[in-house]
Design a protein around this ligand. Structure first.
Ligand code: PLP
Length: 447
């Protein structure tokens, strides 16, 4: 069935959803106009909607589904554990096993705590850094997404009116954010070594740590420079501040995550998405000395960490099955397919003669309707605003009608059930869509 179609079951479900949800959805990222396509089921890399249309899933729940959908090993692990009990006020051997599997992967990991989401992991890491240092402030890069904790959201959507003169401003992301939140978040310009170092030094006395994503999609999906990483490392070491690396997304890039790939050496790392095999999960892993703030065996912990569902055995079982399959070979194969996809998409932009570029690392792909060099938030903001943002949404809709599920803002990723055929289908569909979009624009201009 073509999209949009007001007679579709998805369109009808969307009307029903409007009666129960503000804005017609329970999750902002799954809504798009005129209505979102509702899923019925999935198999491998195919998602089948309620109207029976099958598409290749290049979104994979925003990078969660490394192994595609319903991998038999993960399904078997979840079913077996669900039949034995779903959650308890008791630990299980499964949570120790998954923790051991994750800790063995990166040199900076000595101890770990599970959470239920990446947002929660980031929140606990920030609270842990404050407890460890006794300092209130956290530094993060302008525009970078780290989940929904209000401190982590500061200056997420900053725009030119709020950019400030000589440094990025701390801007609350939602209405009503208390001034105490914005005043305790220090904003850094991503990849600008001199300016960031100056801002960090000015705030050194009050800073608990730095929260950092080494390949943030909102800065173009281009890795931070080695000099920038080195500067953050030197600053946090020199002042004994906590270097928190957010690997909720980037963990899929390498067996030891992006920290191994780019030599980051953090004190704490936040994890999520892929480590749960499709179940909700998060984790904070790090140096034993810093992680000790969560130790409640000695009385009151310096930083309380709890959660009714943290370490629940169904999630742990799914995570163990996923971690067994997340081998260096599986990652390398998918990263190779990522290279093929990026090369094919670049060629599609060239053949269609449309101003654009393709970025991303490993199995993550980003498309932009701009050839301006990216690599920081402001350039990426310009590349995703007004007409260029509309073009990305337009491309998304064209791709839906060519059997592809991508995202409305240009990010996508691969899963292991995919091979060259699926990747080539994507690049062919993007080329055909770009040509069609160009023809539509020419027609509009002529009329
Ligand atoms: C880099 C990063 N950190 C944290 C999060 C929050 O994770 P969750 O959605 O599981 O709360 C996300 C989610 O997309 C993310 O991309």
């Amino acid at each position: 069935m073509s999209y949009p179609d007001s007679t579709s079951l998805s369109a009808q479900l969307s009307e029903r959803a409007k009666q129960v949800y503000p804005g017609g959805t329970t999750r902002g990222q799954t809504y798009y106009a005129p209505y979102p396509i509702y899923v019925d089921r999935a198999e491998g890399c195919q998602v089948i909607d309620v109207d029976g249309t099958s598409r290749i899933d290049f979104l994979n729940n925003y990078t969660v589904q490394f192994f595609g959908h319903s991998h038999p090993d993960i399904v078997a692990a979840v079913q077996a554990q669900a039949a034995c009990g779903m959650c308890f006020t008791m630990p299980s051997e499964l949570d120790i096993e998954l923790a051991e599997m994750i800790l063995g992967r990166a040199a900076s990991f000595e101890h770990l705590r599970f959470t239920n989401t990446g947002t929660e992991a980031v929140m606990h890491a920030i609270k842990g850094a404050r407890a460890y240092t006794g300092k209130p402030k956290i530094a993060k890069c302008e525009g970078v997404y780290h989940g929904a904790y209000d401190f982590a959201e500061v200056s997420l959507d900053s725009n030119p009116q709020l950019w400030g003169q000589d440094r990025p401003q701390s801007v609350g992301h939602t209405h009503g954010v208390p001034a105490g939140v914005t005043s305790d978040v220090v904003i850094l310009p991503f990849n600008d070594v001199a300016a960031s170092q100056r801002i960090l030094e000015e705030n050194a006395d009050d800073l608990a740590g730095v929260l950092f994503d080494v390949v943030p999609s909102r800065c173009g999906g281009i890795p931070a420079s080695a000099d920038y990483i080195k500067m953050l490392k030197s600053f946090t070491r020199a002042h004994d501040r906590v270097f928190i690396l957010d690997e909720v997304v980037t963990w899929r890039l390498d067996y030891g995550g992006a920290q191994t790939l780019y030599g980051v050496e953090p004190d704490m790392t936040t994890l999520g998405k892929v480590i749960g095999g499709g179940m909700p999960i998060g984790a904070v892993a790090g140096r034993e000395e810093v992680m000790r703030v969560y130790d409640s065996s000695v009385g009151k912990a310096m930083c309380s960490h709890s959660g009714t569902f943290a370490g629940n055995p169904v999630t742990m079982a799914a995570g163990i099955a996923a971690m067994k399959m997340l081998t260096p070979e599986a990652i390398e194969r998918l990263n190779g397919l990522g290279e093929r996809a990026r090369a094919g998409l670049r060629e599609a932009f060239r053949l269609a003669d449309i101003d654009g570029q393709v970025t991303g690392e490993g199995s993550i792909i980003l498309m932009h309707f701009s050839s301006e060099p990216l690599g920081d938030y402001r350039a990426t903001w310009r590349a995703h605003t007004d007409r260029r943002a509309e073009m990305l949404e337009d491309l998304f809709r064209h791709l839906l009608n060519r059997g592809i599920l991508f995202s409305t803002w240009g990010i996508g990723c691969l899963s292991t059930p995919m091979g060259e055929a699926e990747v080539d289908h994507l690049t062919g569909a993007v080329l055909a869509s770009l040509i069609e979009m160009k023809q539509e624009t020419e027609k509009e201009l002529a009329s």
